[in-house]
Design a protein around this ligand. Structure first.
Ligand SMILES: Cc1cc2nc3c(=O)[nH]c(=O)nc-3n(C[C@H](O)[C@H](O)[C@H](O)COP(=O)(O)OP(=O)(O)OC[C@H]3O[C@@H](n4cnc5c(N)ncnc54)[C@H](O)[C@@H]3O)c2cc1C
Ligand code: SF4
Ligand code: SF4
Ligand code: SF4
Length: 396
């Protein structure tokens, strides 16, 4: 079995990997498997004894994909679902529900991220509103995409329409996996403006810590609990004893780690998809600036940003329009950091993961959500000068 480093060298000649598993899904010899590393992030490993050197993994890897650059900016909109109950169950304005309803109404299928019964996050596909409802709500942890790309292909081959939703790198992986089939009329893709994907291992450690503190098992999680409104962002966790934990993003330790970028996948530091001109047909996001042009929407149930990137995306928005209130915008009305550049490598990322392994979630989270001590600031300056720390993301 080749190491993860040798495998990436073989597949894309770089250390860049989004953990999408498209390479393993494309391998006809079952020579590739994707497993988590010590920090909980999935990477592929090749069994070179089984490999028949067909090159299919390289073709399916989004890192190698050469997407033709878009020549026009997208159309910028802000939208919200007309039904308050839908907005309350969604992350921001419920754009995803309106778009997916239009596809379901035509007998199509929708793919997106759901919680499994053991509170992992994985991609699934379904053709009814209940399956789609489980995809609602941002899960701030990297989703497992094992098996989803062949399933989308199977449905497209059978003539079914598919709406695929996910991170921009997952959308890129789907197109790379499908090759020419990616141009198929039946496929519509929705990504989001992406801050980064955190480690599933950190999230599980956080849930174990909450369960231990409460003395009761965790039953359900909402990373953006809307019970008390959309702002501030809140983590909501239900326990087996019937109690609920509800904490805002400035005080919940997992939310603080997520927002700081310290628990993100390494590839997110130099993400190539943080741009205005995108690969997907549509892009959804939170809109925090709507009060300037739609003050009447200010009921704390959330507003979605929507970027219409392609004619296919425009056609789907037209079909979904009846369920939405829509405002045409400028880039300034919806702008945010991750439309222009990635977050860069958190200077203490490796120290955090070392602390997590050694001392567990509670101690590591307490240490790395405090103001940075002087020695850590000096350390990251030195690493930067030596060319192996933050500021050198292109070499990661
Ligand atoms: C990890 C992550 C980082 C994000 N970063 C930003 C950001 O920096 N700025 C910003 O404006 N918005 C960001 N978002 C998007 C935002 O949180 C909302 O998803 C978006 O505003 C859509 O809202 P909605 O009401 O239309 O969607 P909802 O109805 O809540 O639907 C959520 C959609 O997100 C997908 N999804 C949920 N969790 C995951 C996951 N873990 N992996 C892949 N797909 C997932 C679902 O399949 C569904 O399509 C992020 C989302 C995630 C999951
Ligand atoms: S070259 Fe072909 S057989 Fe070898 S790992 Fe890649 S896809 Fe599998
Ligand atoms: S296909 Fe995905 S999992 Fe495989 S090497 Fe490329 S980015 Fe990594
Ligand atoms: S920041 Fe980029 S690499 Fe990271 S999950 Fe989002 S799209 Fe993928």
């Amino acid at each position: 079995m080749g190491t993860k480093k040798e495998t990436l060298e073989f597949i894309n000649g770089a250390r860049l990997c989004f953990g999408c598993g498209a390479c393993a899904a494309a391998c006809p010899a079952q020579a590739l498997r994707v497993t988590p590393d010590a920090d909980g992030f999935s990477y592929p490993e090749i069994d070179f004894a089984k490999c028949v050197k067909c090159g299919k993994c390289r073709k399916a890897c989004p890192v190698n994909a050469d997407f033709p650059p878009r020549t026009d900016d997208p159309e910028f909109c802000s939208v919200r679902h007309k039904e308050r109950a839908v907005r309350e169950k969604s992350t921001s304005g419920g754009a995803f529900t309106a778009l997916s309803d239009a596809v379901l109404a035509r007998g199509g299928a929708v793919a997106g991220a759901v919680w499994t019964s053991d509170l992992q996050v994985r991609h699934t596909i379904g053709s009814d509103p209940a399956a789609r409802d489980a995809m609602r709500g941002s899960k701030y942890v990297q989703s497992d995409t094992a098996g989803i790309f062949p399933e989308v292909k199977k449905l497209l081959d059978s003539g079914k329409e598919v709406l695929f939703s996910g991170t921009p790198c997952q959308v890129a992986a789907l197109y790379a996996f499908l090759g020419e089939k990616g141009g198929s009329e039946g496929l519509v893709t929705v990504d989001f403006i992406c801050h980064g994907s955190p480690s599933p291992k950190v999230f599980q450690a956080y849930l174990r810590e909450l369960a231990a503190q409460r003395g009761s098992a965790v039953r359900q999680v909402r990373c953006r609990d809307g019970k008390l409104g959309c702002v501030p962002m809140r983590m909501g966790v239900d326990f087996a004893d019937g109690s609920t934990y509800l904490e805002d993003c400035d005080h919940d330790p997992y939310f603080r780690l997520f927002l700081s970028g310290i628990i993100n996948r390494r590839a997110c530091a130099a993400c190539p998809y943080t741009r205005v001109r995108r690969n997907s047909d549509l892009t959804i996001a939170d809109n925090w600036r709507f009060a300037a042009f739609a003050p009447e929407w200010d009921d704390n149930t959330g507003v979605s940003t929507l970027l219409v990137n392609t004619p296919r995306g425009a056609a789907l928005l037209k079909d979904a329009a009846e369920a939405l209130e829509i405002r045409k915008c400028t880039l300034a009305d919806i702008d945010q950091h991750y439309l222009h550049r990635p977050g860069g490598l958190h200077p203490d990322r490796d120290l955090f993961f070392r602390a997590l392994r050694k001392h567990g979630f509670a101690a590591a989270a307490a240490d790395f959500t405090r103001p940075r001590p002087l020695w850590r600031r000096i350390r990251s300056r030195l690493l930067k000068l030596l060319g192996c720390g933050p500021g050198n993301e292109e070499k990661l």
